[in-house]
Ligand binder design. Structure first.
Ligand code: C5P
Length: 303
C-alpha cells in the first residue's frame, strides 16, 4: 500500500435539458458534459486503523467541509465497505475548482478519492468498476471519472462518450458565494409551475452534436443551452450583468454553468479568452476569473 495522488477535472454542461421531477425527487436529464482543465488533486495515504481523515488545502478550502460530510470521505468509506477493506486513508484535497459553483467540484473530489483509494489499497479496479459506486455518490461523479465530452442521461449518471473535435477556450467568472444545487432545481420547478410550463422529455439539441463535430467555436456558441439558467438568474439576478458584460466584450456565448452561480464564456481563441479574463477580473462583477480549455480526460493517477 502506498500514497496515491489523483488529478480530477471540473465539468461544464454544454447543454442541460431538465424534465419534470421523478418520484425520487431527482430530475431526468439529457446533458452534454465537457471536462475542462481546472483541477483538484486528491492524495490518499493508507492508514492501518481503518479511519478516513481529510484535510482541504488551496483556493476555496475554507468553504469545504473537512469532516464526514465531505463527499470524498464518503467515497473512501463506501469503497472500503463494498470491498471489505480493513485499511483506512488520510485524504488531502488540493482545490482550485470553485465550491458550490456548478462545476462539479465536490463530485470530482469524490471521483478522485475513489480512484486514489482503489490504487492505494491495491484493489485493482478500473474506471468501469468504479462508475457504479460513483453513481451512488452523486449524479455527476461518473462523468468526472470518464471526462472528455459525454452525454449524460438518467439523473446525469448514465454517461456515454460523444464525438468531439478540437478544443475550446472557456472563461469562468466565479461568484463570491455558491448556490445550492437542490435550491436551483426547486426554483426551476416553481418557475415552470407559475408560468404553467409543462416540461417534456429532456433532449439534447442535435445542432450541438453537429457543432461538436465541426470543432468550430462559433458553431458551438449558438448551440449551447441550460434549462437551469433562468432558475439561477431568478435566485441571483446580478448574474445577468456578468453574462451581458462578457457578451459585450466579445465572448461568442455566455451562460450559467450547471446550477450556477459560475458564469461561463466561450471565447473565439486563446488570446480572446485571456483578454476577456482580464476585463472580467477588473470589472468587480465576480470574485475570481479563470481561463481553461476543454475537453480534457477524467480523473487520472499522477503518481
Ligand atoms: O446527484 P447529486 O447529489 O449531485 O444532486 C444534488 C441535488 O441536486 C439532488 O439532491 C437534487 O436535489 C438535485 N438534482 C436533481 N436532479 C438531478 C441531479 C440533481 O434534482 N438530475
Amino acid at each position: 500500500m502506498r500514497a496515491v495522488t489523483v488529478r480530477s477535472p471540473a465539468k461544464i454542461n454544454l447543454a442541460l435539458s431538465v424534465g419534470p421531477p421523478r418520484a425520487d425527487g431527482f430530475h431526468p436529464l439529457a446533458t452534454v458534459y465537457q471536462a475542462v482543465a481546472l483541477y483538484d488533486d486528491v492524495t490518499a495515504t493508507p492508514r492501518e486503523d481503518g479511519e478516513v481523515g481529510v484535510e482541504v488545502l488551496g483556493d476555496f478550502a475554507a468553504a469545504v467541509p473537512a469532516d464526514d460530510t465531505n463527499l470524498a470521505v464518503r467515497a473512501a468509506r463506501m469503497l472500503a465497505s463494498r470491498y471489505d477493506v480493513t485499511a483506512g486513508a488520510d485524504l488531502v484535497i488540493r482545490k482550485t475548482i470553485p465550491v458550490a459553483g456548478g462545476m462539479a467540484g465536490g463530485s470530482t473530489d469524490a471521483a478522485a478519492a475513489l480512484l486514489a483509494c482503489s490504487r492505494a489499497w491495491d484493489l485493482g479496479l478500473g474506471v468501469a468498476e468504479l462508475t457504479g459506486l460513483a453513481a451512488e455518490l452523486g449524479s455527476d461523479v461518473p462523468f468526472c471519472l470518464v471526462g472528455h465530452t459525454a452525454l449524460g442521461r438518467g439523473r446525469g449518471e448514465q454517461v456515454t462518450e460523444v464525438m468531439s473535435r478540437g478544443s475550446y477556450q472557456w472563461v469562468f467568472a466565479v461568484s463570491g458565494e455558491g448556490l445550492s444545487t437542490p435550491m436551483v432545481y426547486r426554483e426551476l420547478d416553481e418557475l415552470r409551475h407559475r408560468k404553467r410550463i409543462r416540461a417534456g422529455e429532456p433532449s439534447v439539441p442535435p445542432a450541438l452534436l453537429t457543432a461538436l463535430l465541426s470543432g468550430d467555436p462559433a458553431k458551438l456558441a449558438v448551440a449551447l443551452s441550460n434549462d437551469l439558467q433562468d432558475a439561477a438568474l431568478s435566485l441571483r439576478p446580478e448574474l445577468g450583468d456578468t453574462l451581458r458584460f462578457g457578451l459585450d466584450r466579445g465572448a461568442l456565448a455566455a451562460l450559467v454553468s450547471g446550477s450556477g452561480p459560475t458564469c461561463l464564456f466561450l471565447a473565439a481563441d486563446s488570446q480572446s479568452a485571456v483578454d476577456l479574463a482580464v476585463e472580467l477580473a477588473a470589472s468587480g462583477l465576480c470574485r475570481t476569473v479563470r481561463h481553461a480549455e476543454g475537453p480534457v480526460p477524467g480523473a487520472r493517477v499522477l503518481g
